[in-house]
Design a protein around this ligand. Structure first.
Ligand code: RB5
Length: 144
């Protein structure tokens, strides 16, 4: 189960990614904002990330204007490894090496076609484990 949310600046890209998730039969829940009205991205990050930490969703997708603010907010939440991606290579390797559980994108930065590719790669690439598990554990240790 995926959960996807955006602020107003990411709203159009969120709608486009949702259409793509439907086309590719990916089960998802939608979080705020539910229209294009101005809203605060830290609150959206909280709503999405809490669902992941509580086990209600496996992975999240967060979109704001740049993807930067919403990724900063998401990474404050224990258990969240949020990766801002604007290219497929980063999306692939943040899954392989970082076991990222939240994908962040910038609605004012990338287009819908690239976003769909990034989402596909992020959702289908498995964590490699091995030496990368040790490093992910070291990231988790930083939460203490
Ligand atoms: C909203 O105007 C904008 O600041 C926000 O979407 C995001 O880009 C922040 O990082």
């Amino acid at each position: 189960m995926i959960i996807i949310g955006s602020d107003h600046a990411g709203y159009e890209l969120k709608k486009s990614v949702i259409a793509h998730l439907k086309e590719t039969n990916v089960e998802f829940m939608e979080a705020g904002c539910m229209d294009g009205e101005s809203c605060d991205y830290p609150l959206v990050a909280k709503e999405v990330c809490e669902k992941i930490v509580n086990g209600k969703a496996d992975k999240g997708i967060l979109i704001c204007g740049t993807g930067v603010g919403i990724s900063m907010a998401a990474n404050k939440i224990k258990g969240i490894r949020a990766a801002l991606c604007g290219d497929w290579y980063s999306a692939k390797y943040t899954r392989l090496h970082n076991d990222a559980n939240v994908l962040c994108m910038g609605g004012r930065v990338i287009g819908s076609g690239l976003a769909a590719e990034i989402v596909d790669i992020f959702l289908t690439t498995e964590f490699e484990g091995g030496r990368h598990q040790r490093r992910v554990d070291q990231i988790t240790d930083l939460e203490k």
